[in-house]
Design a protein around this ligand. Structure first.
Ligand code: GRF
Length: 201
């Protein structure tokens, strides 16, 4: 059975869907939910699911290296096989990603390689794109750049606001991330493109 540590910074809706998916014949189980933000709403949600939690406040450290050393030490204490970034908003350095090479996943709310970084939905709308979506990728030293393991697409509709699109994409994130994690935990790194959800009136 693989052990999965989930890193969050905020509400943790992706964390909840990942944790809820790791049951039955799933090849993995959550072993830790950690956050750089001690006030993250996702922490009490994880505790309510009976998952061990930890807060490593990045503001309490003099620099990124010191924060990452503390995060690394806390992760080692839980001995995860896989680290799943789920709305974790700290950029990890190459030193850190090298220590966990090939074992870190991230969900990003765009169709990578388009729109790495922030404000992905506003940029897709601004560009007049017809589609948006989300991607699960392996984490490497380059931000939002590692091998893509899965994607899901949604239409951008006339008059869409950033919030409209974010809500539509989040639904796909909650489908895609558990599906990719299950494959990854079974050592299947083949790319998964989720079929669009067909709305039935
Ligand atoms: C998600 O949209 C994720 O793609 C992005 O941050 C958001 C986190 O949402 N990186 P949640 O905390 O999982 O609800």
């Amino acid at each position: 059975m693989k052990r999965v540590a989930i890193l969050i910074s905020g509400g943790g809706s992706n964390m909840v869907t990942l944790a809820e998916s790791m049951v039955g014949d799933h090849p993995a189980r959550p072993c830790l939910v950690a956050s750089n933000n001690p006030d993250a709403d996702g922490l009490p949600r994880a505790q309510a699911m009976g998952i061990e939690t930890a807060a490593i406040d990045h503001r309490a450290y003099p620099d990124r290296a010191a924060f990452e050393a503390a995060l690394h030490a806390r992760l080692l204490a839980s001995a995860p096989d896989i680290i799943a970034l789920a709305g974790f908003m700290r950029i990890l350095t190459g030193d850190f990603t090298a220590k966990w090479a090939g074992r870190i996943l991230n969900i990003h709310p765009s169709l990578l390689p388009k729109y790495k970084g922030l404000h992905t939905h506003a940029r897709a709308i601004e560009a007049g794109d017809a589609q948006a979506g989300c991607s699960v990728h392996e984490v490497t030293a380059e931000l939002d750049d590692g091998p893509i393991l899965g994607q899901a697409r949604v239409p951008i509709l006339p008059g869409d606001t950033e919030a409209d699109l974010a809500a539509r994409v989040l639904v796909q994130e909650h489908r895609l991330y558990p599906a990719v994690l299950r494959r990854f935990a079974a050592d299947n790194r083949a790319r998964l493109d989720l079929p669009p959800v067909v709305e039935v009136d």
